[in-house]
Write a protein that binds this ligand. Structure first.
Ligand code: AMP
Length: 191
């Protein structure tokens, strides 16, 4: 089974993806994590994306589609969870084509629904908790970048809701519920 977790930054996509990895043996493909790895590697591509990410803007479709293409080559017995990808209509089209080339398809697109002020607060808290624990804080986990990330989401990613609604398979889930209840709602979709 292949699924997308769709939702704005701070909606809980990463948390829910990790749960599905543990319980269902699925493979999480987070383009954000891949880009952060590339950034830390100090390669030319890494340096190019670092600045864009820190601002909260989207990196080019070409880069993220390339990253996903490589990972899909490796296959996943339990299926893939796409976390933070696709974020544009071009990426969504590319994903459909890449899966079709492998004789695969998307089963569900789980849309985590949340409200903006909760998101900003969650992300600002995440940064404060990391700072207090002496852990690294994401360069884009500050209020200014979060507002830009939200705007990028509404401009470029939210059209995917209509896109997947039209294709079928869109499943809205209340992302403001307790983490365990969100998990249960997602399990109910996948059951
Ligand atoms: P995330 O960890 O998913 O919040 O992603 C962090 C940042 O990485 C985003 O704000 C973008 O700058 C970049 N990014 C992650 N995934 C994508 C994507 N699919 N398309 C474009 N940029 C992305």
């Amino acid at each position: 089974m292949n699924i997308i977790l769709l939702g704005p930054p701070g909606a809980g996509k990463g948390t829910q993806a990790r749960h599905l990895v543990e319980t269902r043996g699925m493979v999480q493909l987070s383009t954000g994590d891949m880009l952060r790895e590339a950034k830390d590697s100090g390669t030319e591509m890494g340096n190019r994306v670092a600045e864009v990410m820190a601002k909260g803007e989207l990196v080019t479709d070409e880069i993220v589609i390339g990253l996903i293409r490589e990972k899909l080559e490796q296959g996943a017995e339990g299926g893939f969870i796409f976390d933070g990808f696709p974020r544009t209509l071009a990426q969504a089209d590319a994903l459909g084509e890449l899966l079709a080339e492998k004789g695969e398809h998307l089963d569900f697109v789980v849309e985590l629904q949340v409200d903006d002020e909760t998101l900003v607060q969650r992300i600002v808290n995440r940064a404060e908790e990391a700072r207090a624990a002496g852990q690294p804080v994401r360069a884009d986990d500050n209020e200014e970048s979060v507002r830009i990330r939200l705007m990028e989401y509404y401009k470029k990613t939210s059209p995917l809701i209509g896109y997947y609604h039209a294709k079928g398979g869109l499943r809205p889930v209340d992302g403001l519920a307790d983490i365990g209840d969100v998990t249960a709602s997602i399990e109910a979709v996948l059951a």
